[in-house]
Design a protein around this ligand. Structure first.
Ligand code: BGC
Length: 509
């Protein structure tokens, strides 16, 4: 019998996944860049509205324009996410990602060259389609190429790259914001072409997903790709186990039959409907934590709250977002998904109410109150980054049964972009003080505090604890238990493992 593949041999596969995670960087960079763009004088002068009554700077952006400029991208991302599954199936994971980069590059050219707002907005929609494709295909490619034991970490790693992208966008915005001409915003936007080119170029040379090749009947190609991912010879017996796993899984998929979107909502003993709806809801609730209020409108919000250095605060919040994602890699497996989601939501809820109360009680001139406000915004971001940020993606990717997984995951991802759009769209109307706006200012945090309360309720009643379980065990868990009972099952499993009495996991009824 051939010896199992060593860690050293698996290294190329791990590196391929790390490189692919760079797609998360594109996603994050795009999220982070618009917040600073719309707060820049040069951007406002080019695309904003002139008002002689304004004293400081005579250009502004009305809420109606701001909401379209920011949220329209999510419309493209929503479509791109839904398209990602058929695109990746027909042209392959690698070329699907390359196509996403190409579409993004076209959009970047449009936005960078735009003299009118119309072209800028059209560019953002198209860019959204590119990012939607990339964001849908990368986790799929990663989970098909990564060794089993690091799949969860790989998904969390993808989220980490999103946070790095947001941070770098804020750093670039801060570096160029004072340029007197349009290059202040054109550079941060234009630079994305370089990132897209790096990803596309790299993907071109990387191996294709062996699973996709098997699905397309190219077993020889699949073995070659597997050999590259595992530093082995394509004919070597060392690859037999992995290769058999892939072909077995494919045959199992065929046996289960092609499933439709309607199958994802069947209310059977495997609780398929509950699982699909949990994936869709968890992504919606992730957006309803209000986190993108900070990443989309943070710079403008802090500016209105009286901060002259609002760009610096955005860099601080995005650094905290990036750094506090790191502990989640460990905590997700140690503490578990449910507990982290519940307590994450509780902490965010408390912080948001505090921010709202301070914002309402203290004027913009009260600097110590404003500092406390920023501190609580930072704690809130840290609570998000170490819990709901990565876990919403981890849960979405692991709770669905094989035969509906691709469809259920793409609907969950689309739900993320749908809520992302809705929140991005309504927020300026809620926060701003123009005609017809609700003028909530910091009071908007009362809304996010309330939605976070519901996030905690949702986590408590609907999220199953799936740490340490194989995907088959997750199936059994749903068949035999409620979400709250799943905690006992996870604890039992953990203590079994700790006493080295692992045995086979058979959940009790
Ligand atoms: C969310 C994004 C958000 C980012 C912040 C992601 O998981 O889906 O909408 O901007 O986290 O780090």
């Amino acid at each position: 019998m051939a010896k199992p593949l060593s860690f050293k041999q698996k290294l190329p596969g791990i590196l391929v996944c790390c490189f692919a995670a760079f797609g998360g960087f594109l996603f994050g960079y795009d999220t982070g860049t618009i917040s600073g763009n719309i707060a820049m004088n040069s951007w406002l002068r080019r695309f904003g509205t002139f008002s002689p009554t304004l004293t400081d700077f005579q250009y502004y952006i009305p809420s109606s324009t701001k909401s379209v400029v920011v949220s329209i991208m999510a419309v493209g991302e929503f479509s791109g996410a839904l398209l990602s599954s058929p695109v990746a199936d027909s042209i392959g994971r690698r070329f699907g990602i390359v196509l996403g980069c190409l579409v993004l590059s076209i959009s970047v050219a449009m936005q960078t060259g735009a003299q009118e707002l119309g072209l800028f907005i059209a560019g953002r929609v198209i860019g959204g389609v590119g990012i939607g494709l990339v964001s849908g295909i990368i986790p799929m490619f990663q989970s098909e190429c990564a060794p089993k034991w690091i799949r969860g970490t790989v998904v969390a790693g993808y989220q980490w790259f999103i946070t790095i992208g947001i941070l770098i966008a804020n750093i670039v915005n801060n570096a160029t914001k004072d340029f007197s001409d349009d290059s202040a915003f054109r550079i941060p936007i234009g630079i994305q072409i370089v990132f897209a080119a790096i990803l596309a170029f790299g993907m071109y040379f990387l191996p294709e997903s062996p699973r996709w090749l098997v699905k397309n009947g190219d077993n020889a190609g699949a073995r070659k790709a597997l050999a590259r991912l595992n530093a082995a010879d394509a004919d070597s017996a060392e690859l037999d186990v992995e290769f058999k796993e892939i072909t077995d899984a494919f045959e199992a998929e065929i046996a289960l039959g092609e499933s439709s979107y309607a199958d994802c909502f069947k209310n059977n003993d495997r609780k398929v409907r509950l699982r699909t709806l949990t994936g869709i809801a968890i992504q919606g609730f992730q957006q309803l934590t209000g986190v993108n209020f900070i990443f989309y409108y943070g710079t403008t919000f802090f500016k209105q709250a009286g901060y002259t250095d609002s760009f610096i605060i955005s860099m601080i919040t995005s650094s905290i977002n990036m750094v506090t994602t790191i502990p989640s890699f460990y905590l997700i497996e140690k503490i578990g998904r449910r507990k982290l989601l519940f307590w994450g939501a509780v902490v965010m809820c408390a912080c948001e109410f505090i921010v709202a109360i301070i914002g309402v009680g203290a004027g913009t001139a009260n600097h110590s109150a404003q500092t406390i406000l920023v501190v609580f915004v930072c704690v809130y971001i840290a609570a998000f980054a170490s819990t709901w940020g990565p876990i919403a993606w981890v849960v979405l990717n692991e709770i669905n049964p094989l035969n509906i997984r691709a469809k259920a995951v793409s609907m969950g991802t689309a739900s993320n972009w749908f809520w992302n759009f809705l929140i991005g769209f309504v927020t300026p109307y809620l926060v701003d003080s123009g005609v017809g706006d609700a003028n909530l200012g910091a009071k908007v945090f009362f809304i996010w505090g309330t939605t976070c309360f519901f996030c905690a309720v949702f986590a408590h009643f609907f999220v199953y604890e799936t740490k340490g379980l194989s995907l088959e065990e997750v199936d059994n868990l749903y068949i035999n238990h409620t979400a709250r009972e799943s905690v006992t099952v996870a604890l039992k499993r953990q203590s079994d493992e700790e006493t080295k009495n692992v045995g086979e996991f058979v959940p009790s009824n």
